[in-house]
Design a protein around this ligand. Structure first.
Ligand code: SF4
Length: 100
């Protein structure tokens, strides 16, 4: 494994349903909730900086590096911190949709 790719092995999203990083909604409360679920994974990721570096260069879609595509382009409004905190609490309780 190249050093450039090694960080992926430490990603918090390994083993998580990748679909959570691609919201099905495009706006509104459902979108914000879906984004918060993904961000709750990213916020505890030890390689978020490395992921964001790559995402800023070559990942146009989905949540990556803890940011939405709009945020990565510097145009977005971050999802409310309290929303992320609530979802993260749910994830800790084993309530996210990636766990079956
Ligand atoms: S920052 Fe998010 S999308 Fe990037 S590797 Fe970490 S958990 Fe995955």
């Amino acid at each position: 494994m190249s050093a450039e790719r090694e960080w992926r092995s430490r990603a918090a999203c390994r083993g998580v349903d990748g679909e959570i990083f691609f919201p099905t909604a495009t706006e509104g409360p459902t979108y914000e909730a879906q984004v918060a679920v993904a961000k709750a994974v990213c916020v505890r990721c030890p390689v978020r900086a490395e992921c964001l570096d790559e995402a800023l260069v070559r990942i146009p879609y989905g949540i990556a590096g803890g940011l939405t595509p709009e945020e990565r382009r510097g145009r977005g409004r971050p999802v409310a911190q309290e929303t992320t905190a609530v979802v993260e609490a749910g994830l800790r309780a084993g309530a996210h949709r990636g766990e079956r």
